[in-house]
Design a protein around this ligand. Structure first.
Ligand SMILES: [Zn+2]
Length: 70
């Protein structure tokens, strides 16, 4: 039985096993892809956002944010 702490220790940089952490292309925040409620597909790529506000910004200027995320 592993204590919870060892999971945290191995999960530095917000990476914990199956969780995929990506960056909100609008504000640069780390977003957990599995838990994000704000997702969008653009040019066949999935984007996750921290909030509806960021998602709306991306929707208005997708080319601006999609480019900087590369
Ligand atoms: Zn954001």
């Amino acid at each position: 039985m592993l204590p919870l702490r060892s999971k945290l220790d191995s999960g530095r940089f917000f990476y914990t096993g199956d969780d995929i952490v990506t960056k909100d292309p609008v504000c640069g925040m780390n977003v957990d892809e599995n838990n994000s409620q704000y997702r969008l597909e653009h040019n066949g790529k999935q984007y996750s956002f921290c909030s509806e506000q960021c998602k709306n910004k991306f929707e208005q200027h997708p080319e601006q944010y999609a480019r900087s995320a590369a």
